[in-house]
Ligand binder design. Structure first.
Ligand code: IPE
Ligand code: IPE
Ligand code: MG
Length: 250
């Protein structure tokens, strides 16, 4: 087991990662883009393990965005094949490691076969109480908010909810993963400094961390740098630094 750096005293409960840079990793090696995606799967494995070791409870990973359908058909097809292969190969291992797999996003757009595999893997691991690996697939932050809005509108339409009762807490309940802890740390690898329609609602007070490492190169050392950066921040949630220090000292 790898020791976590001693300076890290507050570990985020919930980390979300935009796993970016697979294509550029492959291009640097004159390999096809899909080789970068395959190498990226190794990083997923490493980071899930690192979460378990450092005490991170939930890891949300952006695997495929609602905009990624715009990629060349061949790449989209290869990504779908890769999901299938990874699910087939990894579900039992995840289960053995006590990982609970979840999938968020509009998976109805995937093939029936892939949807079936997702359902099987989710069912297999649903009682595990180790790390929760929450995969965002065909996910978009706009989609998530729109979906919540539609469900709330249906409740209002059916007379089950009054407009005045729509609070932020109610909105939370209709978003993709209401039961998971709030998002503490957002990481984007690959050097781009943007959110790319990931968790828009949930990111309100999340600490942001951007790494230049391409996702297939993102290892435990890089992950620990992000954890260290998080542990050195003062989260004020609108209050003053003095208020936060007072509370910590109390
Ligand atoms: C992220 O890596 C993986 C997915 C979007 C599925 P990219 O494929 O976007 O890699 P770059 O940004 O082209 O390097
Ligand atoms: C975001 O990466 C989506 C995933 C990592 C799955 P992209 O590479 O698609 O993001 P943009 O389009 O460059 O912003
Ligand atoms: Mg990219």
């Amino acid at each position: 087991m790898t020791e976590k750096p001693t300076e890290i005293n507050n570990i985020p409960q919930h980390v979300a990662i935009i796993m970016d840079g697979n294509g550029r990793w492959a291009k640097k090696r004159k390999m096809p883009r899909v080789a970068g995606h395959r190498a990226g799967v190794e990083s997923v494995r490493r980071i899930v393990k690192a979460c378990g070791e450092s005490g991170v409870k939930v890891l949300t990973l952006f695997a495929f965005s609602s905009e990624n359908w715009k990629r060349p058909e061949q790449e989209v097809g290869l990504l779908m094949d890769l999901f299938m292969t990874v699910l087939n190969r990894e579900a039992k291992k995840l289960n053995k490691n006590n990982v609970q797999l979840r999938v968020v996003g509009d998976i109805s757009a995937f093939s029936a076969k892939l949807q079936g595999r997702i359902a099987d893997a989710v069912a297999l691991t649903k009682n595990n109480d180790g790390v929760i690996l929450n995969i965002a697939a065909n996910y978009g932050g706009h989609w998530d908010i729109m979906n919540a809005t539609k469900k709330i509108a249906e409740k209002v339409h059916a007379g089950e909810l009054a407009i005045d009762d729509i609070t932020e807490t109610v909105m939370d309940q209709y978003m993709s993963f209401p039961d998971l802890p709030e998002l503490d740390l957002f990481i984007r690898t690959g050097g781009e400094v943007r959110v790319s329609n990931f968790l828009l609602w949930q990111l309100a007070y999340t600490e942001l961390y951007f790494s230049d490492a391409l996702w297939p190169d993102f290892d435990e050392e890089e992950f620990n740098k992000a954890l260290l950066s998080f542990s050195q921040r003062q989260r004020r949630f609108g209050k003053t630094g003095e208020q936060i220090e007072e509370k910590a000292g109390a």
